[in-house]
Design a protein around this ligand. Structure first.
Ligand SMILES: *[C@@H]1O[C@H](CO)[C@@H](O)[C@H](O)[C@H]1NC(C)=O
Length: 365
């Protein structure tokens, strides 16, 4: 009896001591998160209601901590259907304000994901490059301006950099080519200008490079051909000049190549048409010469768009030996000659506006 009497308060005391030790996160992390919160405003009001109390590691929406160090490791705030779990029903998210440089005090941060809030503006804090454990930066779908930090190359562990659909200007920082673990680069639909760093091919882990919808100029770096894991290369809607590197057609896993709406010139490398590429859009450039007669059994195109160039000559015979051609557009060139019978079912618009193509689906030769 006496034992129980003694043990119960002792247990309670121990439990209290233990729980108070885990019920607060490091004061510096707490302060940094509160500073972050005070620099933004969310119109639905839902998500920051959970950011109360002193334990930012427990039930703070979008905040995760490292289990052992209990330091904040992740901020993940995506506007989207996830918010149906909050009191208010989901409405498309809108958040305004800016990203406070105070987040740079979260020295153990490995992910910053703040996506699709439309109204987050201001610059990416320069000091972000001091967060040496950062692996993921995803700021897609906001109104972020300014430039990418020049010393982004300091982020040795970065694997994903996405800032698509913002208003970021300036050049792609040359130091990016020292982020050797980068796998995913998405800067689509910004106002980035200047050339693509020539040595981007040093980034051997890259599998997706998406830079469309900017004002990028200069040539397509030959070094892309060295990125043997590259699956998806989208450079469309820019101001790229010069030829398409021949070696792109010899890349093992490349499957999507979008160079449409640039100022590329020269001829189409023969290697591209017999490669493993399945989506090829070269439309709206200044490409000239014949369409190479280099299709083969390995050619399998879900999309082949060569429209709006200066291509001449016939539709090559070898095209009939392709395994598959789905969407096809050769319109608005200077092609001439009979359309192979295997394409007589195609839409006339695939062949319209050439010099003298003939046969089904166009008029007889
Ligand atoms: C190819 O690119 C052009 C120009 O950007 C675009 O208009 C067209 O829709 C694209 N083709 C396909 C099939 O997506």
């Amino acid at each position: 009896m006496a034992r129980v009497w003694l043990t119960a308060p002792l247990t309670a005391l121990l439990l209290f001591a233990f729980s108070s030790a885990v019920s607060s996160c490091p004061p510096s992390d707490l302060a940094a998160l509160l500073a972050f919160k005070s620099a933004v405003r969310e119109s639905n009001g839902g998500i920051f209601n959970s950011w109360t109390g002193t334990d930012c590691c427990r039930n703070w929406y979008g905040v995760s901590c490292d289990r052992n160090s209990r330091r904040v490791a992740e901020i993940s705030l995506r506007a989207g259907p996830v918010y149906t779990t909050f009191e208010k029903p989901f409405r498309p998210g809108y958040m305004s304000g800016s990203i406070s440089p105070e987040i740079c005090k979260l020295t153990y941060l490995s992910s910053i994901i703040i996506t699709d809030w439309q109204g987050i503006s201001g610059e990416i804090p320069r000091c972000i490059t001091s967060l040496s454990f950062l692996r993921i930066i995803d700021l897609t779908g906001n109104r972020i301006s300014g430039t990418l930090p020049a010393d982004i190359g300091r982020l040795q562990y970065l694997t994903l950099l996405s800032a698509a659909d913002n208003v970021i200007a300036g050049e792609i920082p040359p130091s990016l080519t020292s982020v050797t673990g980068l796998m995913y680069l998405d800067l689509r639909n910004n106002q980035i200008s200047g050339p693509i760093p020539q040595s981007l091919g040093r980034l051997q882990m890259l599998s997706r490079v998406l830079l469309s919808g900017n004002q990028i100029s200069g040539p397509i770096p030959r070094s892309f051909c060295e990125i043997y894991r590259l699956v998806d290369l989208d450079l469309s809607n820019n101001r790229l000049l010069g030829p398409i590197p021949e070696a792109l057609g010899r890349m093992k896993v490349l499957s999507t190549l979008k160079f449409d709406n640039n100022r590329l010139s020269g001829s189409i490398p023969a290697s591209l048409l017999g490669s493993g590429i399945s989506e090829l859009n070269l439309s709206h450039n200044y490409l000239e010469g014949n369409i190479p007669d280099s299709f083969g059994g390995t050619s399998y195109f879900t999309l082949l768009d060569l429209s709006y160039n200066n291509l001449r000559g016939p539709i090559p015979k070898s095209m009939s030996s392709s395994s598959y051609v789905g969407f096809l557009d050769f319109s608005h060139n200077h092609l001439c000659g009979p359309i192979p019978s295997s394409y007589s079912d195609a839409d006339a618009s695939s062949f319209d506006y050439n010099d003298c193509l003939c046969g089904k689906p166009l008029k007889a030769c």
